[in-house]
Design a protein around this ligand. Structure first.
Ligand code: ADP
Ligand code: ZN
Length: 760
């Protein structure tokens, strides 16, 4: 390295001898495929005025000088005489990424250990890159100077019609439209161009322009005193014109959304834009409707949109054509030109983390963006993540609390049903305990509605032969198969492998194979049998595959047509139905014993959130939580709606093991179709990691390699290495050290997941 710099220096002409060294413009390019490091290219004079950072360009790459698309990330003038290759051409007329967004992607590449080019491609939607929904065509115009020449020129009748038509149109017009108006083909128009009368230029135009947003229809609500304090805190942050983060801890139904809305109102007054991030916009059409009814001019971004729709929203946002952007995870990249506020609702949700590269968490990216743009970030939740909560303890974040529901409605009473007793006394056969049965009867008879949560889909989650003990497993994943009644299939929930459900054991041919374990399908069947007089609907990923099925199901429930809603965690989130007077958690323990350091936190969140779906109306509400562990701190705290006690009990455990929020974590997963090959490579990685940490004298733990909790997935054996330490930068550095020159054997792949959320 040293030697190279030396020689470069010597090649530079001396300052008094710089006549030959012309100042040149240098573009730094990042390739989205191929080499990961940046490359410098010379910008030829013909492109000088046009090139800008954030555009795509074409540039020669490699020995063959094949033209490849790349992103221009930097422009600088240089006096160096070094010979550089030249940029060939520019792809985008306008930058796809502002300088601020380029810096954000650079930060993500560094933080999440993902190639910069790959991050950029994840940030700019495919539909924008492909210019989906636009067409390229020729536009015709009649320049003013043509009129003078027309005087002494003889035109055919067709040509005359073309000229007459264009004379009345100041803006360039698509060529087909001109041809249609003149009743001719494009031939005569091209002839006119050759004669120098009309001008032709190629332009892109939107073949499916955006539909108009409806106007706002609803006025703001009068805030209660606690909401007002929360709004004041955000307003102060906005006024300070500097970055700060506010965590709004508000119980379910305390009116957080109303506070966001009024804070956004203030942002708009200054001509700025706001981004609102929500976990799954398609699951909560209510949220969308609420923002639309207040602001009218709202861009909603979600995963069910077509490429063309996404491209249109993106361009509209970039042109400052909308003030409020509401969307899931990737809306954090919305190209708002003058952002004033980011709100991230339900900040504890896992769906903010992307599970493919770049493995970013929108919560952390939002923080980085808010910092860079010098604007406030508002995080909201009834059950904040311990990561965010701890930052209010250290003073990094400001905490505001909404401890009461609006109109002082009481939080629902939560009662545990001890399933051990239920089991011992053989009180009930099936999933619904006697207590829950009685509760449902009472709620339904009084005209209320019931929500039942069970976080497992399918009918039987466990297919086992009682004679030889064989458990039916997926041949590609180390996962038991689940019986689905529809089509009578045994299905793998990870890879969707399906076989007809066996009637006899495939191993010993015993005829009485057992279907055990409870899924939502079986629960639904039980509910239908026990409550035949009431309509019941199941919501899980099996029944909600069709577009629009959520909206239909939720509106049937809202209308009261459906009285009992059975579902997975999908129904635990953000729904607001005033007539729900009973929520039943069928098994609170499903997540409690997973090999995940956040298992208790997840359980607390799920039970608290689903409990929050009741008691939102005047009738009040109750929650029955069935569990085998009524004494578990997570369940006990959820029963009392007591986040602070839960956090106070859980944080010392995290601290003891240096788990987040007290330490950083990087999870490496090595996978391959041959178990020993993958294991051997994982060993090698772990050894090199330990060596790298030792060399750098970094205090950190390396756990593993060990088989991942899901030891086999889609035919690949999986091994994990967990890296934990206080200095996250040092951990990243060690991973780079250990893996830079390391090439995995054929068919073996590895990933690094920084700040992992999924521990399976
Ligand atoms: P959260 O987001 O905390 O769950 P919401 O903002 O959804 O709470 O509020 C719950 C319900 O209370 C909504 O129906 C909302 O319209 C209503 N609400 C919120 N704030 C007020 C207020 N100040 N006055 C009257 N109703 C309110
Ligand atoms: Zn499988």
């Amino acid at each position: 390295m040293k030697a190279e710099q030396q020689s470069l220096f010597e090649m530079n002409p001396a300052p008094w001898d710089q006549d030959d060294a012309r100042e040149q413009l240098v573009a730094t390019l990042i390739f989205s495929r191929g080499p990961q490091q940046p490359f410098d290219y010379r910008v030829p004079d013909r492109l000088r005025g046009e090139i800008a950072p954030g555009q795509r360009v074409r540039a020669p790459l490699g020995k063959s000088d094949r033209l490849v698309t790349a992103y221009c990330v930097r422009l600088a003038s240089s006096m160096s005489g070094a010979a550089l290759k030249e940029v060939d051409s520019i792809v985008d007329r306008q930058s796809l990424l502002s300088p601020a967004m380029l810096r954000l992607t650079e930060w993500m590449a560094e933080h999440y250990m993902c190639p910069w080019g790959q991050v950029i491609e994840a940030v700019v939607p495919g539909g924008v890159r492909a210019q989906a929904g636009t067409r390229q065509t020729q536009f015709v115009s009649l320049p003013n100077r043509a009129h003078a020449r027309l005087g002494h020129m003889k035109l055919t009748p067709t040509q005359q019609r073309i000229v007459d038509y264009l004379a009345g149109r100041p803006a360039p017009t698509p060529i087909v439209q001109v041809a249609r108006a003149a009743g001719c083909t494009v031939g005569p128009i091209q002839t006119l161009q050759k004669k120098g009368i009309v001008e032709l230029e190629t332009r892109r135009f939107d073949s499916s322009p955006i539909e108009d947003s409806p106007a706002a229809t609803e006025a703001h609500l009068e805030l209660n005193s606690e909401q007002r304090l929360a709004l004041d805190a955000i307003a102060a942050a906005l006024d300070s014109r500097a970055h700060s983060t506010i965590l709004m801890h508000g119980v379910t139904g305390s009116g957080k959304t109303e506070v966001y809305i009024q804070a956004i109102q203030q942002v708009l007054r200054f001509g700025r834009q706001a981004i609102v991030l929500v976990p799954e916009i398609s699951l909560t059409p209510q949220t969308e409707a609420r923002f639309r009814s207040r602001f009218g001019n709202v861009a909603v971004l979600h995963s069910h949109q077509t490429d063309a729709q996404r491209r249109r929203h993106w361009e509209q946002i970039a042109a400052a054509g909308v003030s409020v952007v509401v969307g899931a995870r990737s809306a954090v990249f919305a190209p708002t030109p003058n952002l004033g506020l980011i709100v991230l609702d339900e900040e504890h949700e896992n769906t903010f983390k992307q599970d493919s590269a770049p493995r970013y968490n929108a919560r952390d990216v939002a923080l980085e963006r808010a910092r860079a743009e010098g604007i406030p970030l508002v995080l909201g939740s009834a059950t904040p993540s311990l990561e965010s909560w701890q930052r209010t303890v250290t003073g990094e974040y400001r905490l505001v609390s909404l401890p009461r529901r609006v109109f002082d409605r009481p939080l629902p009473q939560v009662i545990t049903v001890d399933l051990r007793v239920e089991f011992r006394d053989r009180r009930s056969r099936g999933a619904i305990s006697r207590q829950l049965q009685l509760g449902m009867d009472a709620a339904l008879k009084a005209g209320g509605q019931v929500i039942l949560l069970l976080n497992r889909r399918g009918y039987s989650t466990h297919i086992q032969c009682p004679s030889c003990g064989l458990v039916m497993r997926c041949p590609h994943c180390a996962i038991g198969l689940t019986h689905h009644v529809h089509g009578d299939q045994a299905i793998c929930h990870y890879c969707d492998y399906q076989v007809p459900a066996p009637t006899e054991c495939p191993e010993c041919q015993f005829a009485g194979i057992h279907y055990r374990g409870l899924g939502t399908q079986r629960l639904e069947a039980e509910v239908r049998a026990r409550f035949s007089g009431y309509r019941c609907l199941r919501m899980d990923t099996d029944t909600m595959k069709q577009p629009g099925s959520h909206e239909r199901a939720l509106s049937a429930f809202r209308d009261g047509e459906v009285r009992i809603l059975v579902g997975t965690q999908m129904i635990a989130k953000g729904l607001d139905f005033p007539n729900v007077t009973l929520v039943g958690v069928v098994n609170a323990d499903t997540a409690l014993h997973l090999p995940d350091f956040r298992a208790a936190e997840r359980t607390f969140q799920l039970v608290t959130q689903v409990a929050g779906r009741t008691g939102r109306g005047e009738k009040g509400g109750r929650v029955l939580v069935q569990t085998f562990s009524p004494d578990h701190p997570a369940i006990m705290a959820a029963v009392r709606h007591d986040f602070e006690t839960f956090a106070a009990g859980e944080l010392p455990v995290r601290k003891k093991y240096e788990y987040p929020p007290f330490g950083s974590m990087i999870r490496l997963v090595v996978r391959g179709p041959a178990e020993p090959v993958a294991a051997e490579f994982a060993d090698q990685v772990a050894t090199r990691l330990r060596a790298a940490l030792e060399k750098a004298a970094v205090q950190a733990r390396v756990l593993g390699p060990a088989p991942a909790p899901i030891a086999k997935l889609r035919g690949n054996f999986r091994f994990q290495i967990q890296l934990q330490g206080v200095d996250s930068e040092a951990l990243r550095h060690a991973v780079r050290e250990a893996t830079d020159a390391l090439k995995p054997p054929e068919l073996v792949q590895w990933i690094a997941d920084v700040d992992p959320v999924d521990m399976l």
